[in-house]
Each structure stands twice: as structure tokens, then as C-alpha cells.
Design a binder for this molecule. Sequence first.
Ligand code: AZC
Length: 815
Amino acid sequence: MAITDKNTKHKVKTKEAFRKAFIKKVEEVSGEDFSESTTRHQYEALAELVMEEITAEWAVNNSRLHKMEEKQIYFFSIEFLIGRLLKAYVNNLGWDTMVEETLDELGVDYEAIQAEEHDPALGNGGLGRLMACFLDSTAALGFPGHGNGIRYKYGLFEQKIINDEQVEVADIWLKNGYPFEIVKPDKAVVVKYNGDVRVEEVNGKMQFIHENYDPVLAVPYDIPVKGYRNNTVNSLRLWSAKPVEDFDLSTFNQGHFLKAMQRKSEAESISQILYPSDHGFEGKLLRLKQEYFFVCAGLKRIVRRYKKHNHGSMDGFPDKICIHINDTHPALCVPELMRILVDEEGYDWDVAWDMTIKSISFTNHTVLPEALEKWPIDMVQKLLPRVYQIIEEINRRFINDMNWFYPDQVDRNYSMAILKDGQVHMAHLAIIGSHSVNGVAELHSKILREETFKDFYAVFPDRFTSVTNGVTQRRFMMGSNPGLKTLLDDTIGTDWKKPGNMCSLEALLPYAQDAAFCQKLGDIKHANKERLAKYIKETQGIVLNPDSIFDVQVKRIHEYKRQLLNILHVILTYNQLRSNPNADIVPKTYIFAGKAAPSYVYAKEVIRLINVVADRVNNDPLVKDKLKVVFVPNFNVSVAELIYPAAEISEQISTAGKEASGTGNMKFMMNGALTLGTMDGANVEIAEAVGMDNVFTFGLSDTEVYNYNTHGGYRSLEVYESDSRLQEILGQLISGFFGESAGFQMIYDSLLLHNDTYFVLKDFAPYVDIQDIVSNVYRDQKQWQKMSAINIAHSGIFSSDRSIEDYEKRVWKVK
Ligand code: AZC
């Protein structure tokens, strides 16, 4: 059978040819007869076949790229949370049916093969996963867009739960090698740290010479990004740090063994781990080194390639290159590009500045003050002496301009400075150095304009825009929910799967009224719940009731995301069941997952609380099948792909105004889960899309939160004193109710003594009420499936294809 799409040039294009090639490859990698091969061999063989196919197309794409025919987009990001790639490549190549059928005939377990791939945790959460979705969509739409980041030797830690607590274990993802990267030592570049800057006058022009620096080698590893059934193959380039010479031979020869080794390990430490703790000086310094590392290396290669194809000139650079900085971690792109243009290319400052601004655009992903990066001035000055001088000059000119234009607003002008209070304010640097600044959902962009960056908005109103996030349906729906994909194909045809066309899912709307369709939708959900239940049984030994509602909150653990509110409600339900075991409640399974930052003690307490409650509830015979709580350890992309399709309720309960967008909310929605959420981030747009009747919203609005925070008036103790349910629950937190060693004083104090910063108690009663409404609606399965169908039908705008098209029109203007 020839595969059905237009990829006729494939070397492996028939099932028979694939079968032969696969068997041959397995024998090559194993050195054994096919019948003796292990799943690992089969995985390696399939990965190699896929890479052979893709790299052939990649070479063609790269030569197109080298000619600079089209404008190129470069995403600079400290995180790329790409997930497993094998199946995505197979699907994007259009090989899925061929591979599935052949492996089935050979008696080979495709799922087991996929599970051999170590899911690389090169990101933390939303920001890193967004980049991966954007790369997928950019390639699917046929745009030349590439990632630029760091190849961490260890990804984010692997999370284990031991004695109810999070334990962090190193994630050695490269242990068995990684088949989807190609190292390019010939494209390595040197990154310079520390040292001095000497000024010299040459032909009447100042020259800045950086000397006595510590060089580190940046070696690129490229991962292909294959477009969905088209011939685009873009690149994700991840940089690895190496000592310039394997070790410092002269130091070594002089007998300073330790010093030589130290240099080597210092260099390598730069790409050792994602997010070293930035509490102490050393951790901060390492992060700053990392940020400059991938910025400097990435820009160097981009500039080199650009010049090579433009007769050594940088003149047209901004017309052909978009440098998109994903949050502030790559904000050093601004002074680094200036350094290249002024020091190396000899442009006048003003011309260089104009080129820099035109090339760079910036997306902000959070308004949490603690996440807005600032670096001590003396640290930047010492580590990056020339870059620091340039930041100083950018700052000086900016403040001068402001004082010239707004002489009566000196205080405001100073508040926008890049350098103040002894620190370098990275967000200010990013805004001042970009032509476009955007938030990631309408509400978030409004908060940026009106609060976080309001002074900048007053000065540069045209710079500010908004692009709502999106997620790739190819991974999070078509790939992970095959039952739903087939139902949609059978119901409305296959057009909705074309890149950029997901809004045609609206054709599903009439079927929301169709009982037979809704029944099928319900059956698919049930099967997905059973699939997840099986995984949880196998990995954690907990048995779930697939007829209960699957109520899910999976995301990073953070106070503002309020997993605490969720678990307090679980305790309430438990208390109700204890006092009335025969209460007529709809059985519910609460599923949690997510990692807490290793140094975030409070978030780890919340994890412990969830697990302690789970132990108690799941082992109480009174509760029977009515209530279950599970904390699924080590949330990552592959676990997520099992969870979203099985979810019925999507918990999006952040304190209003705090969650910039959220993207999990979109993944749940496209899999037919109903949102239970505050009017925060992209929840607002989800509610707009489906109508208020098809979501469950509750709680304070962002304006109410803002008003309490600015004018006061909230007293958590009052709420506590007027709600006996809360008195009982909070009492249990500190009374030893959950076991002798299971006191939760820190949580108790934060809610009552420290006035509940995230309004958990304030939103508790409305949350309980909405949970009751959810249960009641669920009793009417027809109504529930109808709402689910409406959600799926309107989920098209949350495809990252739409986000990329918006960026294209509003920011990059590639076409
Ligand atoms: C996240 C935001 O918290 C989340 O709301 C958003 O959906 C996501 O980015 C993608 O835009 N932010 C981060 O992961 N990290 C930082 C530093 O903002």
C-alpha cells in the first residue's frame, strides 16, 4: 500500500518497503536476527529510519535557508519542552497508518517502542511547552522559524513522591543517547566572559577591545522540526558548553591539576541544569552566564549566516531576520546585537539601534513580581564588561530622551530605567529594545498596559499588542486522543486537520444536539478514562472508578494556581461523607500532578498535603467509590498526553489576574473537558468562545483582587470566622487529624496569620457552590456531552496555528 498523502518522494513509501527497511535496520542496530530484537532495538531502528527520511528534507530546507529567500524567525528561549518526538515525526511524515499496521503485523508493540524514548525535560512549564507548540505550528504552516536554546545535560528534575513528599532525582535524559539530534562541531563558537575592555582609537573611531576573558565553547546540537505533511523542516538548535580545550593543558602541565579540571567543570556547568537555584550569588551568576551563553552563540551564527549570503553586509538584516525573545531570559539579545553592530560591524550607534529594535520582539509571560528578572549591576559588569557598557549607554540615552520629551515627569522617567537600585531590570531592557511587546491573553495584555508596564505603554503605545496563546492540536488531540480524532473525521470530514484550519471544527455544533453523536463522545471519554486508570493502577497501584467524574488539576505547583483551594474542597467533601456516608453525591476522582520548584517550601507543603489527604481518603472504607484522590508523580509531556483526553473537569482556578494565559486549559478544552475556572488568563476567552452556559466560572474578578490589593479591605480571618466548614478543615490541618507527623502549620498560618495573599478563603464558598453545580449537571449525561461537544467545536481558536498566524500578522510580518 502506498501511503496516501503527497509525499511520493519518500524513500520508504510503501508498506512493504517499510517492513523490509525496518527489519533490516533492527538487525543492524542489534547485530541479531530480528526475532531476537528487544523493544530498545526496535525503537532505535524506527528512530533511525525516521531521521534518515527527515534529514534528507532537512538538507533541502537548510539550503533554502542559506539563500535567505524568506524572512526567518528565531525563537530565543531558555526552555523548550518538546516532549517525545518519535510518534510526532511519524505522524507528520504521514507514516502513521503504515507504521501502525506494519508493526502490528510483525507483532511489535508500537506503544512500548514509544515508551523507550526518554521525554526530555528541557523546560519547566507553560513557557517552554508554548515554544514547542509554536515550533510545531510554524513548521506546519510552512514558515521558516527556528528555536535557539540550551542543551541541558540534566533536564528539570524527575519528581518522585516518597512518604508523601516531593523528592527530586536527577533526570539523566542522555543516558542512552538521543537519536534526534545532530551535533555540529564545525559550527561551534566562542563565548567570552569576564576580562577587561580596552579602548583604542583607530582612524578617529573608538574601538572597544575585550581582552583577558574566559572563553567557553558553545557547540550546537540541532533537532529537526518537521512540518505536518509538508516539506518544511525547521531546526531547534540547542547549545552545549564545553571548555575551549578539553582541559587547560598548560595549567595541567605546570602541575595545577585541580585548577585545570576546575576550568573544565566551570565551563560545562553552564549547560548542566535548567534553572539553577538563584537564591545565592553563585546560582544567580550561573543563570546569567546561561542567558548570555545561548544569546551570544545564537546571534553569532545567525549573523554569520546572514552576512555570508549578503556579501558580508548586515544592512538588510532587520528585513530578513526576526529575533523573538521568549520572556526576559534572552533579553541580552538587545545589547549583544548592538555590540555586534557597533563594535564588529562599525555602524553608528543610532543606525545600529534602529536595526536592533526592528529585529527584536518580546513576549512577556508573567506579571508575578518575583519572576520579573533583575541582576545585580556589579555582577553583570564583571561577567560581561562590554555588554554592560552597552546597557549603560542604552539606559543613558533612553533616560535622556525621556527627560527631553517629558521634562515634568522625572520620577516616572526614572522608574522606567534599565539600571536602578543597583540592578539591571531585564524587562525594561527588553521593552526598550524591541519593536513589539505582547502579552499572551487579552486580560494579561490589558494588565501589562494598565499596571505592570503602564509607564512604558504611555510612552510607546504602538509597541504593545496581544497574542493569545495556543497549543498544537496535532500532539494534544490528534496524537493523544485517536478515538476523538476518528469520531471527528467520521462526523465532519477531515478538513479540520489541515494546518491553520482548526476553526472548521465549528461544523460540529449541530451534532451537539445529536444524541447518537453525544453518546459516542461519552464512550470515547470513558475509554480514555480507562486508559488513564490502567496507567495509574500500574504505576501507583491505585484503583480508580472510571464511572466517577475525573476532575483534574495538572500544572506547576504554585500558590497563585491554588491547588490548595482544590484540596481544601476535597477535605470538605470527605468531612461530609464521614458524617453521612450515604450522602447522595456524584462519585468524583480528583487528579493532581505537577512539580514544585526545589526551593519553594510552601508549594512542597501543598504537595505533601494532597498526598496525605489522598492516603487518608483512599484508605477509608467509609468513602467507598465516592471519592478518590491521586497525585500522579513526575508530570511531563507524555503523562500529560494521557491525562488530558481522560479529563472531564479542567481546574483553572488561579487567583484572578495572576495566570498570564494558561495553556493546559486549552488542551483540556479540545479534548472535551469542561472548564471550572476563575475569570483569569485565557479562561476569559474560553468562556467567550463557548458562552457562559458552557463553562463553570466562580470567584473574585481581577479588578476585585486588584482593589483589595491596592486599597485593602480583605480580612481572611473574617471569612474563617463566618464559615464553620473552614473552621473544621483548617483545624484538621494542625490538629494531627491527618496523622501525628502531618501538621500543616505553614499553610494554616499563610491563610489566617498572613491574610491569605491568594484569596483562597475568600473564593472558597463560591468554589464549593460551583462544584455542586458541576456535579448536578453531570447527573444529566446528555447535557454534559452536549456541553463537551460545544467546547470541542469552539476550540479551534486555541490552536497554536492561530497564534502563529497572529504573530505573523501583528509582529513578524514574514509574508
Ligand atoms: C507561563 C505562564 O504562567 C502561563 O500563564 C502561560 O500560559 C505560559 O507561560 C505561556 O505563555 N509562564 C512561565 O512558564 N514562566 C514564566 C517565567 O513566566
